[in-house]
Ligand binder design. Structure first.
Ligand code: HEM
Length: 119
C-alpha cells in the first residue's frame, strides 16, 4: 500500500478555493479535499471560512454529529507532515513545549552579596 500523502500547513493554505484552487481543510492533522462537498453541506458556504485552514476548532464548536465524521472520512486525502502535527499518536493534543529560560542573570548572587555588605 502506498504511503499516506503528507502535506505542510503552508501547502494546505494555498488550496483555499481562490483562483480556481480546490478547497482543502485540516481536521486534527488530517487533510481533506472538501471542494465537492461544499454545495451539499447543511450550513453551506460557512465552511469556506476555513478554506485552506485548520478547521478543528470551528468544526468542533459547530456541534457536528457522528454523521459529519462519516462524511468527512470520504474526503480525506492525507495527513500533515509529522513535524507540524498538533496531536500525538493517540489523538491527544500535544502540549506546547515552552523552553525554560536559561538562568543568565546573576542578580540573585549580587543580592546576597549586597545584603551581606549592608547587613
Ligand atoms: C469536512 C468538513 C465538514 C463536514 C463533512 C460537515 C458536515 C456537516 C453535517 C453532516 C452537518 C449536519 C449536522 C450533523 O450531522 O452534524 C453539518 C452542520 C453544520 N456545519 Fe458542517 N461539516 C464540515 C465542516 C464544517 C466547518 C468547517 C464549519 C464551520 C466553519 C461547519 C459548520 C456547520 C454548522 C454551523 C452546522 C449546523 C447547521 C445547522 O444547524 O443547520 N461545518 N455539517
Amino acid at each position: 500500500m502506498a504511503a499516506e500523502q503528507k502535506y505542510t500547513r503552508a501547502e494546505v493554505a494555498t488550496r483555499n478555493g481562490k483562483g480556481g484552487t480546490p478547497v482543502w481543510m485540516i481536521y486534527k492533522d488530517s487533510v481533506y479535499d472538501v471542494t465537492s462537498y461544499i454545495p451539499q453541506h447543511p450550513a453551506g458556504d460557512v465552511m469556506l471560512e476555513e478554506a485552506g485552514a485548520d478547521c478543528t476548532k470551528a468544526f468542533d464548536e459547530s456541534g457536528h454529529t457522528a454523521d459529519a465524521f462519516t462524511i468527512m472520512n470520504k474526503y480525506k486525502i492525507g495527513e500533515i507532515v509529522d513535524e507540524e502535527k498538533r496531536y500525538d499518536a493517540n489523538g491527544k493534543k500535544k502540549r506546547k513545549v515552552v523552553s525554560a529560560a536559561p538562568e543568565t542573570s546573576n542578580r540573585g548572587c549580587l543580592r546576597i552579596i549586597s545584603c551581606g555588605l549592608v547587613g
